[in-house]
Design a protein. Structure first.
Length: 571
């Protein structure tokens, strides 16, 4: 028997993941808010050399734990402080995710299932796209998924489920490993990791009629394993700040769940729509899986059940949360792509029939995606129609004045997208299931890369390119830089903010008051440095009326830069 093949396959998958996720990482500015927020925290961590705490604007930042910031800071130490370094940890996470799902898929079924799962992940729109980003969620999702995976292996042993054993046979070791991964999840994004894990396990347990499968010694072991890192970090914070950080952290998470965060609202079915279209084509195969007959093998059926429980917990929890942001439901990518691989596997083995609704849905949604991709380059080069559509938003209309270079071939990406939709449709009709599936998912994985190359950078130039350019021109100058009328972290990262260029008055218990005080003191009172303020055109008149001492410096593409010259007021 050839044992080299199983060992080399994960390597090939890792290489393929690297080719998909690493190119173009540094080709586009970081996007406000989240990408720049976390990258700025990492940059300031390197400046302050305070690795036990997270800072933004050189003040304690209580919204996120430090694990992801550590990864970005390490990346910046290697690659420099830039966009590539900020996004590189997620490219690594993408490579690891493909290898992990391949190995688990091979453990559950065989190598083909593992390959289909990895292909479904890389070949679905949002699951692929997020590995090119600099946000926290890919690592959180991987840790929570691994915590659940080791939990169900522990469950199999405790429940004496007949399944093929692996090297780890100790239930305590499996449970301890599960707890460690959940602890890493909490160190990445806070208690949401434990919440999702606990609710998923509770639903899974209820689904299995509350049969007792654990001893009461197991519970404290899991909690201890999951709490090690978090307790050390919270203890460190408590030593330096007392209870202040913990209070602010809890208030932030409660506010995020109960109110719309800075306009990030949405209707109750927001995440259903996001997952249906954002996880195309995997989302349609996921639906097919759960409309079909269950697996006859018990341990596989239980794994399917766990994945379905995870899907519904994430979907319901973040549908109830008032803040609606696309990546909040991104943990659903694991159960969705698992379900897609399951459906594809059954279709290839002819255990299931391909329903007409699935075939037609794939081609219709695929063409719905292709049409705007074809049209966008033409609309962006002649913006008259877009200006009419956006007439109610003067800032968006002004953004369209940005001069963006188009090569003239970007529309062919949409043609490729149409081909990815139509060719599998033809092959499905001809009964060439395997060719159709590999073309569909493989083509979509390439499509995401092409869209990133052809469109994301140009869209970014329209939306924030002018503002980022202004901030980069002010970099390293001995001035204060502020924004007015909108929230941003770009003026920290791209100005290369240093502690000496941060105003020295701060109100840790009333940040809104602190922000207002900054603005008033710097623009109407004494200031030892020149002050630059960037505003959208929709707030420029208001800024000038409130602070008459500011002088307009430049205006373009919807942005207006003002300057307040340094002045020390005499008492």
């Amino acid at each position: 028997m050839n044992t080299a093949k199983p060992r080399i396959q994960p390597l090939w998958i890792a290489i393929a993941g690297g080719l998909l996720f690493i190119p173009f990482l540094g080709g586009v500015h970081l996007f406000d808010w989240d990408e720049i927020n976390f990258a700025e925290c990492a940059r300031e961590m390197l400046i302050t050399k305070e690795f036990g705490r997270v800072f933004i604007n050189f003040e304690p930042f209580w919204e996120k734990p430090p694990l992801f910031i550590w990864l970005q800071a390490l990346s910046m130490k290697v690659w420099g402080v830039n966009e590539f370094a900020a996004r590189f940890p997620n490219a690594v996470c993408g490579i690891l995710t493909l290898v992990v799902v391949f190995r688990i898929g091979r453990w559950l079924f065989d190598e083909r299932f593992g390959l289909l799962w990895a292909l479904a992940f890389a070949g679905s729109l949002l699951p692929h796209f997020y590995f090119h980003s600099g946000i926290i969620d890919p690592w959180l999702n991987l840790f929570v998924f691994l915590g659940l995976h080791y939990f169900i292996r522990y469950f199999f042993i405790r429940s004496e489920v007949n399944y093929h054993l692996t090297r780890i046979r100790s239930p305590w070791m499996l449970l301890f490993t599960s707890g460690i991964f959940i602890g890493l999840g909490m160190m990445t994004k806070g208690p949401v990791a434990l919440l999702i894990f606990g609710l998923t396990v509770a639903i899974f347990w209820a689904w299995n009629k509350f049969k007792l499968f654990f001893t009461w010694y197991d519970v404290p072991m899991f909690l201890a394993a999951s709490s090690i890192g978090a307790l050390l970090w919270v203890g460190y914070e408590y030593q330096h700040q007392g209870t202040w950080f913990i209070e602010q952290f809890l208030r932030y998470n409660i506010r995020l769940a109960s109110t719309e965060d800075a306009g990030h609202g949405g209707f109750p079915g927001y995440h259903v729509v996001v997952l249906l279209f954002g996880c195309f084509p995997a989302s349609l195969f996921f639906i097919h899986t759960h409309m079909s007959k269950p697996d006859p093998v018990l341990f596989r059926r239980l794994y399917v059940r766990l994945m379905l429980a995870l899907f519904w917990v994430v979907l319901i929890v973040f549908s109830l949360v008032q803040s609606k942001i696309v990546h909040y439901s991104s943990l659903c990518y694991f159960p969705i792509t698992f379900g897609a691989a399951y459906s594809a596997y059954r279709l290839i083995h002819k255990d299931w029939e391909l329903p007409a609704w699935l075939r037609w849905s794939l081609v219709v949604i695929g063409l719905i995606i292709a049409v705007p991709v074809i049209a966008l380059p033409f609309l962006a080069q002649d913006t008259s129609l877009l200006k009419k559509l956006l007439a109610a938003d003067p800032f968006a209309v002004a953004n369209l004045e940005t001069v963006v270079h188009w090569t003239g071939i970007e529309w062919t990406v949409g043609l490729f997208a149409a081909g990815v939709a139509l060719l599998p449709f033809i092959w499905f009709r001809q009964g060439k299931i395997k060719q159709a599936l590999y073309t569909l998912f493989g083509g979509t994985s390439i499509l995401v890369v092409l869209i990133l190359w052809a469109f994301i950078g140009r869209i970014e130039q329209f939306s924030q390119g002018t503002a980022i350019g202004i901030f980069k021109e002010l970099a390293r100058k001995d001035v204060y830089v502020l924004t007015y009328g909108y929230k941003s972290y770009a003026h920290y990262f791209y100005v290369d903010l240093q502690p000496k260029n941060k105003p020295q008055f701060y109100y840790p218990n009333d940040l809104n008051r602190g922000s207002a005080e900054w603005m008033a003191k710097l623009l109407a009172g004494s200031t030892s440095k020149d002050v630059y303020v960037l505003a959208k055109i929709t707030h420029a008149a208001e800024l000038k009326e409130r602070f008459p001492l500011v002088e307009k410096q430049q205006e373009g593409s919807g942005w207006v830069l003002f300057k307040r010259r340094k002045a020390v007021m005499m008492n």
